[in-house]
Design a protein around this ligand. Structure first.
Ligand SMILES: NC(=O)c1ccc[n+]([C@@H]2O[C@H](COP(=O)([O-])OP(=O)(O)OC[C@H]3O[C@@H](n4cnc5c(N)ncnc54)[C@H](OP(=O)(O)O)[C@@H]3O)[C@@H](O)[C@H]2O)c1
Length: 257
């Protein structure tokens, strides 16, 4: 049985990007610690599969909400319908994310807007409506944003992605200091290179794969499950005095010169 310090019993977590990859792993981990979970992503079949898997493994309630986070004008309605179903959200994990790789001089504004909307603007809007609800309910809350190594350093071909993720870091800190008075903790997790669908073009590329293995002191790609411990810490009473931080889960990547 898990220690009560890390228990999420009686809590409900909303995880965007919960259909697969890192979001699915985090949603599963939160459910393993007692939370009910609501999952948002675009692909309905994947959400169904994720919900069946989490419920079978943990017994937690799982609700799914197919939605495109690029539709930032409809996020408030999405959140209202989630709250109407779940009766409240205590933990918000902003994990939905996308990238479109290409040289900076070739990035068109459509691509730029799309990446910024999904990775950054949607996080602001969803966090705003989450905060309003928590304040109205007079309840504490926890927001966990999924950052990246690009919160800290740049990589060629990721101008929009890097701009969105470094913006996300400062948004995390700003919301943390503004909402601390409402007992809403806001933190980020910065994953290193994690083998998922998003990074498939990278881990299937022999040269890139070698580079990642050589640059990562722990000598392997991360797995989505590697993010669970940090997410549970930040969502639970164990992380009550942590806010405005980014915690890198990167196998030592950023520690190596
Ligand atoms: N993998 C890594 O190495 C790595 C490293 C650092 C940070 N991250 C971050 O971790 C997060 C998850 O990445 P991942 O590697 O798990 O990627 P992934 O396997 O591609 O999963 C991304 C999830 O986000 C959803 N999503 C994407 N665009 C969406 C949209 N417009 N609206 C709603 N949902 C959307 C996807 O579902 P649908 O396609 O069905 O919508 C999917 O559930 C991202 O924010 C990413 O930037 C990943």
């Amino acid at each position: 049985m898990e220690s009560s310090l890390f228990s999420l019993s009686g809590k409900t977590a909303l995880v965007t990007g919960g259909g697969r990859g890192i979001g699915l792993a985090i949603a599963t981990g939160l459910a393993q610690h007692g939370a009910d979970v609501a999952l948002v992503a675009r692909t309905k079949e994947q959400l169904h599969g994720a919900s069946q898997k989490i419920h079978a493994e943990t017994g937690s309630n799982v609700w799914i909400f197919p939605f495109d986070m690029e539709n930032v004008d409809r996020i408030e309605d999405l959140f209202e319908s989630i709250v109407a179903t779940t009766k409240g959200v205590d933990i918000l994990v902003n994990c939905a994310g996308t990238t479109i790789r290409g040289k900076a001089e070739d990035v068109d504004l459509k691509t730029w807007d799309q990446v910024l909307k999904v990775n950054l603007t949607s996080v602001l809007v969803l966090s705003q409506v989450f905060c309003r609800h928590r304040k109205q309910a007079g309840e504490a809350g926890s927001i966990i944003n999924i950052g990246s190594l690009t919160c800290h350093a740049a990589r060629p071909t990721t101008a929009a992605y890097g701009a969105s993720k470094s913006g996300l870091l400062m948004l995390t800190k700003t919301l943390a200091v503004e909402w601390a008075g409402n007992n809403i903790n806001v933190n980020a997790i910065g994953p290193g290179y994690i083998a998922t669908e998003l990074t498939e073009p990278l881990w299937t590329n022999d040269d890139f794969n070698r580079w990642v293995l050589q640059k990562t002191p722990l000598g392997r790609w991360g797995r989505p499950d590697d993010l669970i411990g940090t997410a549970v810490l930040l969502a639970s009473r164990a992380g009550e005095f942590i806010t405005g931080q980014i915690i890198y889960v990167d196998g030592g990547w950023l520690a190596l010169l």
